[in-house]
Design a protein around this ligand. Structure first.
Ligand SMILES: [Zn+2]
Ligand SMILES: [Zn+2]
Length: 157
Protein backbone atom coordinates (compact mmCIF):
# COMPACT_ATOMS: atom_id res chain seq x y z
CA UNK A 1 0.00 0.00 0.00
CA UNK A 2 1.36 3.45 -0.76
CA UNK A 3 1.72 6.05 1.96
CA UNK A 4 -1.26 8.12 0.77
CA UNK A 5 -3.60 5.16 1.13
CA UNK A 6 -1.93 3.74 4.23
CA UNK A 7 -2.29 7.06 6.09
CA UNK A 8 -5.56 8.13 4.43
CA UNK A 9 -3.89 11.32 3.19
CA UNK A 10 -4.49 14.15 2.57
CA UNK A 11 -5.71 15.38 5.96
CA UNK A 12 -7.38 18.71 6.64
CA UNK A 13 -7.73 20.69 9.80
CA UNK A 14 -7.99 24.12 11.31
CA UNK A 15 -8.14 26.30 14.39
CA UNK A 16 -11.02 26.69 16.81
CA UNK A 17 -12.69 29.52 14.88
CA UNK A 18 -12.01 28.18 11.37
CA UNK A 19 -10.09 31.23 10.11
CA UNK A 20 -6.92 29.15 9.74
CA UNK A 21 -7.13 26.00 7.64
CA UNK A 22 -4.33 23.62 6.64
CA UNK A 23 -3.60 20.46 4.68
CA UNK A 24 -1.25 17.57 5.38
CA UNK A 25 -0.15 15.58 2.34
CA UNK A 26 2.82 13.55 3.66
CA UNK A 27 2.85 10.89 6.38
CA UNK A 28 3.92 11.97 9.88
CA UNK A 29 7.39 11.11 11.16
CA UNK A 30 6.24 10.72 14.77
CA UNK A 31 3.20 11.04 17.03
CA UNK A 32 3.96 12.25 20.53
CA UNK A 33 2.83 14.18 23.55
CA UNK A 34 4.85 16.62 25.64
CA UNK A 35 4.22 16.93 29.36
CA UNK A 36 6.44 19.98 29.95
CA UNK A 37 5.21 22.95 31.98
CA UNK A 38 5.36 25.12 28.85
CA UNK A 39 3.03 22.81 26.94
CA UNK A 40 0.71 22.55 29.94
CA UNK A 41 0.35 26.34 29.92
CA UNK A 42 0.17 26.73 26.14
CA UNK A 43 -2.50 24.04 25.81
CA UNK A 44 -4.31 24.95 29.04
CA UNK A 45 -4.30 21.21 29.63
CA UNK A 46 -2.18 18.32 30.89
CA UNK A 47 0.02 17.96 27.78
CA UNK A 48 0.33 18.94 24.14
CA UNK A 49 -0.27 16.53 21.26
CA UNK A 50 2.10 16.49 18.29
CA UNK A 51 2.27 15.03 14.81
CA UNK A 52 5.68 15.75 13.36
CA UNK A 53 5.06 16.42 9.65
CA UNK A 54 7.73 16.86 6.96
CA UNK A 55 7.82 20.56 6.02
CA UNK A 56 6.97 19.75 2.39
CA UNK A 57 3.87 17.90 3.53
CA UNK A 58 2.23 20.78 5.41
CA UNK A 59 0.63 23.88 3.99
CA UNK A 60 -1.72 26.59 5.18
CA UNK A 61 -4.72 26.71 2.87
CA UNK A 62 -6.53 29.62 4.51
CA UNK A 63 -5.86 32.40 7.00
CA UNK A 64 -2.72 33.69 8.62
CA UNK A 65 -0.83 32.70 11.73
CA UNK A 66 1.00 34.90 14.22
CA UNK A 67 3.74 34.07 16.67
CA UNK A 68 2.51 33.40 20.17
CA UNK A 69 3.83 31.56 23.19
CA UNK A 70 7.53 32.09 23.69
CA UNK A 71 8.95 34.95 21.63
CA UNK A 72 12.55 35.39 20.58
CA UNK A 73 13.56 31.79 21.19
CA UNK A 74 14.65 29.05 18.78
CA UNK A 75 11.10 27.72 18.84
CA UNK A 76 8.21 29.49 17.12
CA UNK A 77 4.64 28.85 18.24
CA UNK A 78 2.14 29.65 15.47
CA UNK A 79 -1.38 30.70 16.45
CA UNK A 80 -4.52 31.77 14.66
CA UNK A 81 -4.64 35.56 14.88
CA UNK A 82 -8.40 35.55 15.47
CA UNK A 83 -8.99 32.78 18.03
CA UNK A 84 -5.39 32.35 19.29
CA UNK A 85 -5.47 28.57 18.93
CA UNK A 86 -1.97 27.08 19.02
CA UNK A 87 -1.88 25.35 15.61
CA UNK A 88 1.74 24.32 15.03
CA UNK A 89 5.34 24.90 16.05
CA UNK A 90 8.52 25.32 14.01
CA UNK A 91 12.14 25.37 15.10
CA UNK A 92 14.97 27.67 14.16
CA UNK A 93 17.19 26.85 12.41
CA UNK A 94 14.75 25.12 10.08
CA UNK A 95 14.72 21.40 10.85
CA UNK A 96 12.67 20.21 7.87
CA UNK A 97 9.52 19.49 9.83
CA UNK A 98 6.50 21.12 11.46
CA UNK A 99 5.12 20.01 14.82
CA UNK A 100 1.37 20.09 14.23
CA UNK A 101 -0.97 19.98 17.24
CA UNK A 102 -2.79 16.73 16.50
CA UNK A 103 -6.16 17.89 17.84
CA UNK A 104 -6.30 20.57 15.14
CA UNK A 105 -7.08 17.86 12.57
CA UNK A 106 -10.68 17.61 11.44
CA UNK A 107 -10.45 13.90 12.24
CA UNK A 108 -8.13 13.37 15.21
CA UNK A 109 -9.79 10.45 16.97
CA UNK A 110 -7.20 7.98 15.62
CA UNK A 111 -4.29 9.92 17.14
CA UNK A 112 -2.29 7.99 19.70
CA UNK A 113 1.13 9.03 20.96
CA UNK A 114 3.98 6.67 20.13
CA UNK A 115 6.36 8.62 22.35
CA UNK A 116 5.96 10.92 25.33
CA UNK A 117 8.44 13.57 26.32
CA UNK A 118 9.24 15.48 29.51
CA UNK A 119 7.86 12.92 31.95
CA UNK A 120 9.78 14.78 34.66
CA UNK A 121 7.11 17.52 34.53
CA UNK A 122 4.05 15.30 34.04
CA UNK A 123 0.99 15.79 36.22
CA UNK A 124 1.17 12.74 38.51
CA UNK A 125 -2.18 11.22 37.45
CA UNK A 126 -1.55 11.36 33.71
CA UNK A 127 -1.01 8.07 31.89
CA UNK A 128 -0.77 7.63 28.11
CA UNK A 129 -0.41 4.53 25.91
CA UNK A 130 2.94 5.77 24.52
CA UNK A 131 5.42 2.95 23.88
CA UNK A 132 8.47 5.13 24.42
CA UNK A 133 8.87 7.48 27.39
CA UNK A 134 11.54 10.07 28.00
CA UNK A 135 12.29 11.99 31.19
CA UNK A 136 13.26 14.97 29.00
CA UNK A 137 13.49 15.14 25.20
CA UNK A 138 15.12 12.25 23.36
CA UNK A 139 18.73 12.86 22.40
CA UNK A 140 19.22 13.93 18.77
CA UNK A 141 20.75 10.53 17.94
CA UNK A 142 17.66 8.76 19.33
CA UNK A 143 15.22 10.36 16.87
CA UNK A 144 16.22 8.27 13.82
CA UNK A 145 15.36 5.08 15.69
CA UNK A 146 12.09 6.52 16.98
CA UNK A 147 11.07 7.61 13.48
CA UNK A 148 11.88 4.15 12.08
CA UNK A 149 9.85 2.45 14.84
CA UNK A 150 6.93 4.80 14.30
CA UNK A 151 6.96 4.18 10.53
CA UNK A 152 6.51 0.49 11.26
CA UNK A 153 4.30 0.44 14.36
CA UNK A 154 2.70 3.89 14.73
CA UNK A 155 -1.07 4.00 14.81
CA UNK A 156 -2.71 4.85 11.45
CA UNK A 157 -5.96 6.75 10.90
ZN1 LIG B 1 6.42 20.67 25.91
ZN1 LIG C 1 -8.94 30.70 14.69
Amino acid sequence: MDAQAEWKLPWTGGCRCGAVRFEVVLAPLLASVCHCFGCQRMSASAFSTTLTIPQAGFRLSQGTVVTGGVHGAAVHHHHCDACKSWVFTTLEPEMGFVNLRATMLDEASWFEPYAEMQLAERLPWVATPARRSFERFPKMEEYAGLIAEFAEHGKRP
